[in-house]
Design a binder for this molecule. Structure first.
Ligand code: AKG
Ligand code: FE2
Length: 209
């Protein structure tokens, strides 16, 4: 589906909320996943985590301090969540990167960044030569840390609080197809407890599954 068709499809989903901003196409759907599914995903993330990485290193070793888990697409639960994300968003599952989990302990964060790859960045070819750049991001909070851990979109002055099962998705491009710097967002420091999310990024072209 074309970008505009995805936006229209999302806008029709039950329970959807659209950010009222001309600068950023972003949707929130509370209780997208049930608590049992979220808990099972948290356990998978706990079992297989590794330090998170970034592209285009900027010299700040503390830029992304969380841990990441590559969730196996062959696992029935992961496959069900993947299919639910594709159906809800209308995005082509073949254009999706493998689903990932992210875990933030107290003090961990992912500083302000965009999810697309900078066309002039040193890592662009490495990450984008096969499937192109990222199009949409879908993220689901799997739990509620006791304090901190919100996601802040500073360009539109919007802060989203973690809530078990809450889906946030946004278009990394503007309606005219250009990359949208207003998608800049910060996974803020967890102050108490642990934060878990899943992230699903979609590409311009098939991922090559
Ligand atoms: O954890 C968050 O709130 C944001 C995560 C994020 O931006 C990412 O993984 O790209
Ligand atoms: Fe991000």
């Amino acid at each position: 589906m074309a970008t505009d068709a995805i936006t229209a499809h999302l806008a029709q989903q039950p329970g959807i909320q659209k950010l009222p901003s001309p600068k950023l196409t972003l949707f929130v759907r509370r209780a997208f996943l049930d608590a049992d599914t979220c808990a099972a995903l948290c356990a998978m993330i706990d079992a297989e985590r590794r330090p998170s990485t970034i592209s285009d290193h900027n010299g700040d070793a503390a830029f992304r301090t969380s841990e990441t888990c590559d969730l196996p697409a062959t696992d029935p639960l992961v496959a069900r969540v993947d299919a639910a994300l594709a159906a809800f968003t209308g995005l082509d599952p073949l254009h999706g990167e493998p689903l990932q989990g992210q875990r933030y302990a107290v003090g961990q964060e992912f500083k302000a960044h965009t999810d697309y790859f900078e066309p002039n960045g040193v890592d662009f070819h490495r990450y984008c030569s096969v499937a192109g750049n990222r199009t949409w991001t879908a993220m689901v909070y799997l739990n509620e840390p006791e304090a901190g851990g919100a996601t802040r979109f500073k360009a539109v002055d919007k802060t989203i609080q973690p809530e078990t099962g809450k889906l946030v998705c946004w278009n990394n491009h503007r309606p005219d197809g250009s990359l949208n710097p207003a998608t800049i967002h910060h996974g803020m420091k967890v102050r108490a407890g642990t934060k878990y999310v899943i992230t699903k990024w979609y590409r311009e072209l098939p991922w090559g599954w």
